[in-house]
Design a protein. Sequence first.
Length: 181
Amino acid sequence: MTTPSVDRLPAGPASSRTTPPPGAAVPEEAGPDPRLTDGVLAGYAGCFGCGEESPHGLRLRRTGHADGVVRAEYVVQRAHQGAPGLAHGGVLATAMDEMLGWAAWLLGRRYVTGRLETDFLRPVPVGATLHLRAWCRGVDGRKAYLEGEGRVGAPDGPPAVRAAGLFVEVPREHFTKERMN
Ligand SMILES: CCCCCCCC/C=C\CCCCCCCC(=O)SCCNC(=O)CCNC(=O)[C@H](O)C(C)(C)COP(=O)(O)OP(=O)(O)OC[C@H]1O[C@@H](n2cnc3c(N)ncnc32)[C@H](O)[C@@H]1OP(=O)(O)O
């Protein structure tokens, strides 16, 4: 049996639930609008994906944002291992969740993840830098369809992870009503 080249896989992992319906447009980016976050969530230091005060967090560092594509870098830490020396798949999925979330919030509305699909294409070693990108494929009412990928070592390095997600727009109260403290 031969192993198919991952580079020949289809462009994304999207299922019907993360594929925008025909006619769903990609809106002009409007954000991030500080009024959406009310100072409570913006740049939240405790965020597991990007916060500087999350001790074992991913500390994603945004490196650019142009033409509807948001970019970031993530260095795999020892605390992020699954198998010895390799990133845990759930941690890589978290990195993609964060990236797709950024791309959604840059549309200028509040979104949470409804569904996240991930393809793991290669193992990612501890110490490696994952170069991440995410973009919007379309918005349909409250639903936004996002995609992203992570490449090892360089922006055009070999792909290690790809993701597609459905994000749902929520009101500000979403972030307060269920909070336990
Ligand atoms: C996150 C805070 C960030 C703040 C940062 C501020 C600074 C900005 C900087 C940086 C950006 C942030 C980066 C963050 C990245 C990480 C994001 C996360 O991890 S978010 C946490 C995990 N996600 C949840 O906790 C959601 C839990 N789920 C819910 O609360 C509800 O289920 C919700 C809101 C998703 C939907 O509930 P309903 O009652 O409001 O609405 P219904 O009617 O059920 O769904 C609306 C539509 O969406 C579809 N839908 C919902 N879930 C779906 C699913 N799983 N699959 C397919 N479709 C789904 C439904 O079928 C419906 O579609 P039809 O309008 O009928 O066409």
